[in-house]
Design a protein around this ligand. Structure first.
Ligand code: ZN
Length: 234
């Protein structure tokens, strides 16, 4: 296995689905669990047996056009991710990974000039350090729905569920999904599990070749998540 572990293991997925659908499952049999919780049996089996790991975006690819840098900070048993959307020597920051210093250091290391910040949702692990980044880099959070980044249009898509105002950003073939979608799983339906599933379905209906950059865990694609995400059972 390369890269990061999946954010959620078999038990995490079942516990999220039970909590979301407000059901307690007594059986240990995976077929019954999936039926009860409306989970994708093949996908969940593969995750349980460690047979699913997404083909990741190549972060080492450098071009002068748009590319993505990932900033990872250890968080509980996994990592929290924030990203830089980079064109030439300019960038936009997506989330703060809970620690301004990691973001500022990465931008200095790559000698980039940051234009603005985008936030997928308001949880601390994605927004802590925001004030420091704003002060130090003299930039602000961009709140418009249609955002212009050096001639590229970034679309803010409303994807509630994890929180009421969670959003996903779409630019060219990149999706920054915050805690909506993780490779193989979803973020918790803290606000509404029903809305979380609806938002997931909406994103999965987009082009299968889009790259997904989640708030935790490895990058993936829409196509891979249609097949391999345990919650993809429509
Ligand atoms: Zn969150």
């Amino acid at each position: 296995m390369v890269g990061l572990d999946l954010e959620d293991n078999y038990e995490d997925i079942i516990s999220k689905a039970m909590k979301g659908s407000n059901k307690k499952i007594k059986t240990e049999k995976i077929e019954d669990i999936c039926k009860e919780l409306n989970l994708n049996l093949t996908a969940l089996k593969n995750i349980r047996d460690k047979k699913y790991y997404p083909r990741e975006y190549n972060f080492f690819r450098k071009t002068n056009e748009l590319r993505v840098e990932r900033i990872q900070v250890p968080f509980y048993k996994g990592n929290v991710n924030s990203y830089l959307l980079v064109k030439g020597n300019k960038c936009a920051i997506i989330d703060t990974c809970g620690d301004a210093d990691f973001v500022i250091e990465k931008i200095e290391e790559l000698k980039l000039k940051a234009k603005f910040i985008l936030l997928t949702h308001g949880h601390d692990d994605h927004t802590d350090g925001l004030g420091k980044i704003e002060d130090k880099l003299k930039i602000k959070v961009e709140k418009k729905n249609k955002i212009n980044f050096l001639g590229y249009s970034i679309k803010r898509i409303s994807t509630p569920g994890h929180t009421a105002d969670s959003v996903t950003f779409l630019v060219e073939d990149f999706l920054f999904s915050g805690d909506l979608i993780f490779a193989g799983s979803l973020g918790g339906g803290n606000f509404s599990y029903k809305k979380l599933l609806e938002s997931f379905k909406k994103i999965l209906s987009l082009n299968k070749n889009l790259w997904i950059f989640p708030g935790h865990g490895p990058s993936t694609t829409i196509g891979q998540e249609r097949e391999n995400n345990a919650f993809s059972n429509f």
